[in-house]
Design a protein around this ligand. Structure first.
Ligand code: NDP
Length: 302
């Protein structure tokens, strides 16, 4: 269906190009500096969606020529055990970036895990030091999904976002806030909306760039979109799909794609949009981390 939509932003094409670029840089770093960037992922428990993400990350990491490390821990693992794994990875010279796949079981504090990660190896860019550096306009490890959103918006806008009004719905540390910081860095005028914002449709209609990062299926309707706007749908919502068979499900975004595509200048689909960019940006983050740790220069456009 969405294949025929001409204003659809092609996450597959953009992420494939970025992964290829990462692969080229990895090959150069290996041959010129004998350095192979390594990404580690820790999975605690057996959440099926997380298992799929972790597997995909491992495949993409190896395809880019990097070292991939996976650590599976039992769902009954204690916070101390996970923190011990974090300490081990902080100290492992073969690991340049790593993350603990969230959500973690409830006996473990997500924030305690984030706080324990060495900021220089913080592949997901969630450590408060990296969030603060990003907000201060300093070099930082940047969360991958927000980076992917901005790359897509920038491409859709022909490379320049300055002066555009960006409205971001959602203010999480994982998505909404870092997207806002990155768009501010691109010289957008930024509005952050959330569950207590008044008249969300009217706010959204002001957006030249509308980012939806909420987790509510089809919340953003076609009449929330300003004609010609760039719409970036971060939401990943699994809903029942009885048309595919009993008990089947499918993924949809926070934006009602069929309505919004009639109004938007460019729009990301779900699936096939932002989600594909996350892994590509994670790989790039790991290469950046490896180069910073070893004093290796990267090209300005990487
Ligand atoms: P959170 O639940 O952490 O944050 C959701 C945000 O949406 C909050 O700021 C909340 O506001 C706001 N919100 C909730 N309800 C409303 C409402 N009715 N009106 C306006 N704002 C509302 O989610 P995340 O940021 O972690 O994720 C958001 C979505 O993005 C999810 O669907 C998630 O699956 C997806 N995601 C996709 C990724 C990808 O790779 N593509 C990666 C990460 C997330 P308040 O702060 O006031 O509560």
């Amino acid at each position: 269906m969405s294949e025929t939509v001409s204003n659809r932003i092609d996450g597959k094409a953009i992420s494939t190009a970025l992964k290829a670029r990462v692969g080229e840089e990895v090959a150069r770093i290996k041959s010129e500096h004998g350095l192979t960037p390594g990404l580690a992922v820790v999975l605690v428990g057996t959440d099926p969606a997380s298992e799929v993400y972790v597997r995909n990350k491992g495949i993409a990491t190896r395809e880019a020529g990097m070292n991939s490390f996976e650590y599976k821990m039992d769902s009954s693992a204690s916070e101390e055990e996970v923190l011990a794994k974090v300490a081990e990875l902080n100290a492992d010279p073969a690991v340049h970036g790593f993350l603990v796949q969230f959500p973690v079981p409830e006996q473990i504090s997500q924030q305690n895990i984030i706080d324990a990660i060495d900021p220089i190896k913080d592949a997901d860019g969630l450590h408060p030091l990296n969030a603060g550096r990003l907000a201060s306009g300093l070099p930082a490890m940047v969360p991958a999904t927000p980076e992917g959103c901005v790359i897509m918006a920038k491409q859709a806008a022909g490379g320049e976002l300055a002066g555009k009004h960006a409205v971001i719905i959602g203010r999480s540390n994982l998505v909404g806030k870092p997207v806002a910081q990155l768009l501010l860095k691109e010289n957008c005028t930024v509005t952050i909306a959330h569950s207590r914002s008044r008249d969300l449709p009217a706010l959204a209609r002001q957006a030249d760039i509308l980012v939806a990062a909420v987790g509510r299926p089809n919340m953003v309707r076609g009449d929330w979109v300003k004609p010609g706007a760039i719409v970036i749908d971060v939401g990943i919502n699994r809903i029942p799909a009885p048309e595919k068979g009993e008990g089947k499900t499918r993924l949809i975004g926070d934006v009602c794609f069929d309505e919004a595509k009639e109004v938007a200048g460019a729009i990301t689909p779900v699936p096939g949009g932002v989600g594909l960019m996350t892994v590509a940006c994670l790989l790039r983050n790991t290469v950046i981390a490896a180069c910073r740790q070893h004093g290796v220069a990267l090209p300005d456009d990487f």
